[in-house]
Design a binder for this molecule. Structure first.
Ligand code: PLP
Length: 405
């Protein structure tokens, strides 16, 4: 058993559990739970508002958490990191606050065929609402974004290009810098969905070249309910707020209001201090391992898993080779429906995800309605791969003729 498993109370308490659904959400290390408990036990108050010391301490914890998370994602100007509920809210923030003012009839929004619905539907709906054209860039045969097609598809009317850093369904790592260059070459903004990248790679927002970058804390050892949007200062300052209320205002008159500075302009209402503190502790935890080591560990397990899975008759793995993907392996086994497979695996304590992975446009392009997906993280080990392979073999026996390749 991986020694790191002991850092995670849920995993330490259930030795027979093989948690292979970290792309959906990661388990939480004790240090994150402790940090949140410590905040609530010692420093909890509503920040920014109180004249008393306890509120000042809560404000300081929130501020320190933002600085810490900003350092982790590589943005020097921490005020350009807006805390959101996660990736979905971050992308919707851009679609709502930037979209209507900048996209009009006849304009174009380009996304890729790899996207999670969170980086597809907001842009599709923005295009529909504004009378713009919504364009989906095709994929290459090995499930990468087709960069040549992207160069052909963008043009002078393209206002925004949205793409993921890493695909949740296949683990494909996209060439973010090139995609951003293509967008900027036609004067469009580049929006990157980093939900599956920040937990696994050193991202370095300031060197990536994109205009917006979104991520979720719960996939990177942090709590559910917090994530972030990073943007360029000039772009964020030019945008109007998308939610109104406390904290985000400067002055409120009877007939008009003015807005607070970044990041507060986009954080209306009482902020999520406890989860921000937990997310900062998650950054400490991952940095102590080292993000290069995190990725190398996952890619080692993906390599092992794909080699072992290749030996199972009728099993098909989707996506690029192990060294070009993060810790995700998507597959189908003969005619066994992925949901049925996941149910059998669950009986063996193996947790995988089955379905369309919130990526129906991608599933259509793959010609399947669903896949099974095993995803690895810092606490996964070779025993998890063994259990996965053993359990799939058992499912094949159970399903008999349906499992004949
Ligand atoms: N984008 C990708 C690539 C994802 O994998 C996910 C979650 O699975 C999301 C967006 C949405 O993240 P959240 O549900 O945390 O907002």
């Amino acid at each position: 058993m991986s020694a790191r498993r002991q850092d995670f109370p849920l995993l330490a308490a259930t030795p027979g559990l093989h948690y292979l659904d970290s792309a959906a959400t990661s388990q939480k290390p004790r240090v994150v739970l402790d940090a949140m408990r410590d905040y609530y036990e010692r420093d909890n108050a509503n920040p920014h508002r109180g004249a008393y010391d306890l509120s000042a301490r809560a404000t300081e914890r929130y501020h320190a958490a933002r600085e810490r998370v900003a350092r982790f994602v590589g943005v020097a100007d921490a005020d350009c990191l807006i805390f959101t509920r996660g990736t979905t809210e971050a992308l919707n923030l851009v679609a709502t606050a930037w979209g209507p003012a900048n996209v009009g009839p006849g304009d174009e929004i380009v996304v890729t065929g790899l996207e999670h619905h969170a980086n597809f539907v907001p842009w599709q709906q923005l295009a529909l609402a504004r009378g713009a054209r919504f364009v989906v860039c095709p994929l290459t045969a090995d499930h990468h974004v087709d960069l040549d097609a992207m160069r052909r598809l963008v043009g002078p009317r393209t206002r925004l290009v949205a793409f993921s850093h890493v695909s949740n369904a296949l683990g494909t790592m996209n060439d973010v810098r090139t995609l951003a260059e293509i967008a900027h070459g036609v004067g469009a903004l580049a929006v990157c969905d980093g939900a599956q990248a920040v937990p696994h790679l050193r991202v370095g927002f300031d060197g990536l070249g994109v205009d917006f970058y979104a991520f979720s804390g719960h996939k990177m050892c942090g709590p559910m309910g917090i994530g972030g949007l990073i943007g360029r200062r000039a772009t964020l300052e030019a945008m109007s707020p998308y939610q109104f209320g406390g904290d985000m205002i400067e002055f409120v008159r009877d007939d008009h209001s003015t807005w607070n500075v970044l990041p507060h302009k986009f954080e209306a209402g009482t902020p999520n201090v406890g989860d921000a503190v937990g997310l900062a502790a998650a950054c400490d935890y991952l940095d102590a391992i080292g993000m290069d080591a995190v990725l190398a560990h996952e890619q080692g397990l993906v390599r092992l898993a794909t080699e072992r899975l290749a030996g199972i008759e009728g099993l098909r793995v989707y996506g690029p080779p192990a060294n070009q993907r993060s810790g995700v392996v998507s597959f189908t086994v003969s005619d066994i429906h992925p949901h049925d497979l996941a149910t059998v695996l669950d009986q063996d304590g193996v947790c995988i995800r089955a379905g369309h992975h919130c990526a129906q446009p991608l599933m259509r392009r793959l010609g399947v309605s669903a896949t099974a997906r095993a995803s690895f993280y810092v606490y996964s080990d070779e025993g998890d791969v063994d259990a996965l392979v053993r359990s799939i073999e058992r499912a094949k026996v159970l399903f008999g003729p349906a499992a004949v390749g």
